[in-house]
Design a protein around this ligand. Structure first.
Ligand code: BTN
Length: 257
């Protein structure tokens, strides 16, 4: 069974729905290897081995969040693959604002935050062939209800319900997928600069003092986002550093964002 996409009139493959799965990202990656079509999606009530960035565990208890992934086969150069994270961040930021009615911001590169606390994390996993992305699995974990995240993260995490929003999983899911389609299409059409400008407008990291940990280690003020999506951080000596959104963690010196 397929679903009609109103904006384009095209058909989307069915969404896999599980009450329990190891990880929606891992499941779709396996399907991607088997040749699953673009826009195949997967959502689970519970993940038993949810993955976060930098090999962290992503807590995914039953019925507490939107744990989902979408498989894309983007026609973009390999170097632009990390920008898919921005497509997802913008799509989910809009879905949370418009559908769940939660005002939010983007913490560079790929967290969505509300009042300085994380409400959604994004994890992209890519498979490359002949120097191009053969497919990319875009996973998003949205905390919908109290209990979505462990109590020890209470000072840094929040759920839609706790933020006073509408925690309707199905509405956010469908709205997000439609917005993600438009964002990925725009990236494929070369609208990179516009997309990065959209991210800058919503980015709570820009203008703050930050500490970057990863391949680059730097402390300074985040001055902006460059044309390739990199965070531009000026250190105390005045040197400007370009930080790529690979395996880095960025923390505000005065708090989480
Ligand atoms: C992060 O560390 O912030 C990224 C978290 C991404 C979690 C989501 S939940 C759905 C999908 N499946 C996974 O195993 N991870 C992502």
């Amino acid at each position: 069974m397929c679903i009609l996409i109103p904006e384009t009139g095209s058909l989307r493959p069915e969404i896999y729905r599980f009450s329990k799965v190891d990880s929606t990202n891992a499941f779709l990656f396996r399907e991607g290897i088997k040749g699953a079509p673009e826009w195949t999606a997967c959502v689970a009530d519970e993940q038993t081995a949810g993955k976060g960035r930098m090999d962290r565990v992503w807590n995914s208890p039953a019925g507490k969040g939107l744990w989902m992934s979408v498989l894309v086969r983007p026609q973009i150069p390999a170097a632009d693959t990390p920008l898919l994270t921005y497509c997802a961040a913008l799509a989910m930021s809009d879905a949370l604002q418009e559908t769940a009615k939660v005002k939010n911001g983007i913490k560079w590169p790929n967290d969505i935050v509300v009042d300085g606390k994380k409400i959604c994390g994004i994890l992209c996993t890519a498979s490359f062939e002949n120097g191009k992305p053969a497919f990319v699995v875009i996973g998003t974990g949205v905390n919908l209800r109290a209990g979505a995240y462990p109590p020890e993260l209470a000072d840094r995490a929040i759920s839609v319900e706790e933020a006073g929003g509408l925690a309707d999983r199905e509405s956010v899911l469908m709205d997000y997928i439609q917005r993600l389609t438009l964002r990925v299409n725009a990236l494929e059409a070369g609208e990179k600069v516009e997309m990065i400008e959209n991210v800058i407008q919503r980015c709570v990291t820009v203008g703050r003092e930050v500490k970057v940990n990863g391949s680059v280690q730097v402390r300074g003020v985040a001055e902006g986002i460059g044309h390739e999506g990199e965070l531009l951080v000026r250190d105390v000596t005045g040197v400007l550093h370009s930080v790529n959104c690979g395996d880095v963690s960025v923390r505000g010196v005065m708090g989480y964002v």
